[in-house]
Design a protein. Structure first.
Length: 264
């Protein structure tokens, strides 16, 4: 007797999660026990539900657009499920603007998120268990390129970061979540918030060349690190400008970022 099966068809943006034999077509026939939820079946093929959008089910004799269901739906034999990709920009339940937590491989992205004013926690020695607990305890959205982390049932919310280079990863996160941008307000080293500080107060701490050349300084409230617009600022300002350009290119109806005031 032929075992019961259902068919899943994945949107193009999800196919790279699939085994190589399914990637070209984006379709897979899956033996079905009649009790598993659709969400469980999707994740059994390697696709985290954090990356999934609309789920639409078609019966073997049904025509038309099908029925939209949620991940708890239990498919019937011979049904086809179309698995869409998470919409962009994606709304996030919980704190707004969203607070992020990045896994140990995304330190460069964490610094870029802080540059544009986003709360981005990061530690280079956190285990997977600690990351999940940290995300859950503080209601932080876990950013990772480890889909195994995203498949953990204990994780309240996460997202797979697309892109091989940190600049591309930054634009991917901004495009997906459309957070408000407030550049130059967070410490790139520790994630603390910055405050303006008088030059006279920090002058003894400055290198001679900096003391002669610059007059405007910011200091981290948490770690006391000093910031000023030095020779490196052109590259950072270019990153901020690209972030604003990405925000401006969002389709109508997407949230607008609130442009933060840069330090004088």
């Amino acid at each position: 007797m032929t075992p019961a099966q259902i068919r899943l068809r994945f949107a193009g943006g999800l196919r790279f999660f699939l085994a190589a034999r399914h990637r070209r077509s984006g379709a897979a026939y899956v033996p079905y026990d009649g009790t598993s939820t659709l969400g469980h079946v999707v994740q059994s093929l390697g696709v985290p539900l954090t990356e999934v959008g609309p789920l639409t089910v078609h019966g073997p004799r049904e025509e038309g657009a099908g029925r939209q269901v949620d991940p708890a739906y239990r498919p019937q034999e011979a049904e086809t499920a179309d698995v869409g990709v998470a919409p962009r920009p994606q709304s996030v339940e919980g704190p707004w603007p969203p607070r992020f937590l990045l896994d140990v491989h995304l330190g460069a992205l964490a610094r870029r998120l802080r540059l544009v004013g986003l709360d981005a926690a990061y530690g280079n020695d956190a285990s997977d268990d600690r990351l999940v607990a940290h995300a859950d305890d503080e209601r932080r959205l876990l950013l990772t390129q480890d889909r195994g982390l995203l498949l953990r049932r204990a994780l309240w919310l996460g997202a797979y970061v697309r892109g091989a280079r940190p600049d591309a990863q930054l634009l991917d996160v901004l495009d997906r979540f459309a957070p408000p941008l407030t550049p130059w307000t967070r410490c790139m080293a520790c994630n603390g918030t910055l405050e303006a500080v008088e030059k006279a107060e920090v002058e003894p701490l400055l290198p001679p060349g900096t003391r002669r050349t610059y007059d405007t300084f910011m200091r981290c409230r948490s770690c006391a690190r000093l910031y000023w617009r030095g020779a490196h600022s052109g590259r950072l300002e270019s990153l901020v400008e690209r972030a604003y350009e990405a925000a401006a290119s969002r389709p109508p109806g997407a949230p607008d970022p609130s442009h933060g005031t840069e330090p004088a």
